[in-house]
Design a protein around this ligand. Structure first.
Ligand code: BGC
Length: 262
């Protein structure tokens, strides 16, 4: 059969089965933050194909309000095939367990994955925001840790590219009766200033090093730009955009309950 005919036939088969090959799939990625809700479109390689769109996070942000805002953001973007979501709290099989920085108890046990799938009519995957950012940042070699510094403090751990069970360091006691997030979150940065915040960060990194023996620690999030101390050759500051790009990796492993593999 002539090459042209084969291509035509394949296209017709694809249309009939209603499926696109992974090569053409467009992923809508949401990054839900304590201060901003961001959305962007990714191609099959995780490259952003549109400008990032953003709205302020409502305060408090209930599930109903979040869904409304995500609808507004979606309307500003081209059509898509599936949805990836990074959520600022622990998530178990698409259900949110809590969300300290969204200020609503309605997040306890809310099936956000199902709600977004219903609203968009597209397959949807929701994971913790630091886990998603981490998937975008890591190289997939050895023990890699990721922390994100923004409104809250996100944390994720990987071994040879495989996402470990989610670790929540944010609300664990750190020093002076305060948690890591109390000491290193955005509110703390504003209160104590850059120098003291950097000194605290250096101490926290020493604890994380002792805790995980990471080969590499990546620091992302909006406040990573305020890191001014040299934290060591095993620490790297990464761009915030990786948070979004991590959205593509949610689809690389079909068995979510078995962990994600980059
Ligand atoms: C939450 C984490 C989240 C981090 C960054 C913390 O308050 O407990 O799950 O990753 O904020 O959004």
């Amino acid at each position: 059969m002539a090459a042209k005919k084969i291509v035509k036939l394949k296209k017709a088969q694809k249309k009939a089965s209603g499926k696109k090959s992974a090569a053409g799939l467009k992923t809508l990625a949401f990054d839900i933050g304590g201060s901003g809700l961001k959305a962007s479109m990714l191609d099959e390689n995780g490259k952003m194909t549109t400008e990032r769109v953003r709205v302020d996070t409502p305060k408090p942000c209930t599930p109903a309000l979040l869904l409304e805002k995500l609808k507004e953001l979606t309307a500003q973007l081209p059509p898509f095939d599936r949805v990836s979501v990074g959520f600022p709290g622990p998530v178990r099989k698409g259900r949110t367990l809590s969300a300290t920085n969204l200020g609503s108890d309605e997040w306890i046990g809310f099936d956000l994955q199902r709600a977004i799938a219903k609203q968009t009519g597209k397959p949807t995957r929701v994971i913790n925001d630091a886990d998603m950012q981490g998937l975008g940042a890591i190289k997939g070699e050895g023990v890699e840790m990721v922390i994100t510094l923004g409104t809250g403090l996100g944390s994720a751990l990987f071994e040879d590219g495989r996402l470990a069970p989610h670790i929540e360091l944010a609300h664990i006691p750190f020093r002076k009766g305060q948690t890591y997030e109390d000491q290193l979150g955005n509110r703390a940065l504003k209160k104590v200033g850059k120098n003291e915040w950097n000194r605290r960060l250096a101490r926290a990194v020493d604890v994380f090093r002792a805790l995980t023996h990471f080969d590499k620690l990546y620091i992302g999030g909006g406040n990573a730009a305020n890191v001014s101390l040299n934290l060591g050759p095993d620490v790297e500051i990464v761009s915030n955009v990786l948070g979004m790009r991590g959205g593509i990796w949610l689809w690389k492993d079909t068995n979510l309950s078995d962990g994600l593999q980059k």
